[in-house]
Design a protein around this ligand. Sequence first.
Ligand code: BTN
Length: 266
Amino acid sequence: MDIIDTSRLKAVLRYRIPGIEIIWKEETGSTNEDLFELAHYGIHGWTVLGADFQTSGKGRHSRRWISPSGGLYVSVLLRLEDESSPITLMPLVVGIAIKEAIESEASSKGGIVKPRLKWPNDLLTENGKLAGILCESTESEKGWVIVVGIGVNISPLDDEKQRQIDNPVTSLSEESDIPWTRAGLLTTFLVKLAEKIEDWQNDPDKICDTWMTASGAMGKKITVITHSGEVEGVVRGLAKTGALRVLNDSGKEIEINSSEGIIEHG
Ligand code: BTN
């Protein structure tokens, strides 16, 4: 994998994202945890912290995120003050940014990768999961502090690591045989993230529309596993909060705000 040169990345990004700070570690427990700890010391928004590998990478629902060398593991601290747009859309904002960054990196090097988003924010191809997103937030007196963490499989996981994961996984190298670099992907992701946050601030409905198109989920028959049971139905779209609207088998529309998993039928 390419070496991350933080001064170079900062020089490339500082005009697009004024005030950006980039910290890189060889190894850490979890980049999300590190940033939350630093947030207590008052570090400013757009501090980016990444690591070559994580020993206690966190996934959603307290799952582990297996993070060997060969992937992109990075978190971004955002401070959002006096925002009128729903903060609950942030995982969707990040999903769109990482999907578009992967597509743009692939096409700039002559490849094609067309991942799709699965609610709320998994990035998949037909071969398995390519990337995961963990957004964690806390409210301070000055507004929201959000830590956005992304894990992207760039090199294939070895057999032993694959066996530790329940669902199929894939990686960028398996999807397209182009010279992927972490620096290239990270740069494009951060630029896209800044763009999508601006969209979220100016026109949050645009985020919902873009996300729905990028997911191809409209009209799909699904089973949603929630902590209070299963909901079967057909996807009807997103609420303004980003909740998934599902028309259940009894003809009632239900808004799903969080799920333990979604099974897609066909
Ligand atoms: C998921 O369960 O799909 C979310 C996985 C998120 C993993 C990333 S890797 C960088 C950041 N640090 C963590 O500990 N988790 C996130």
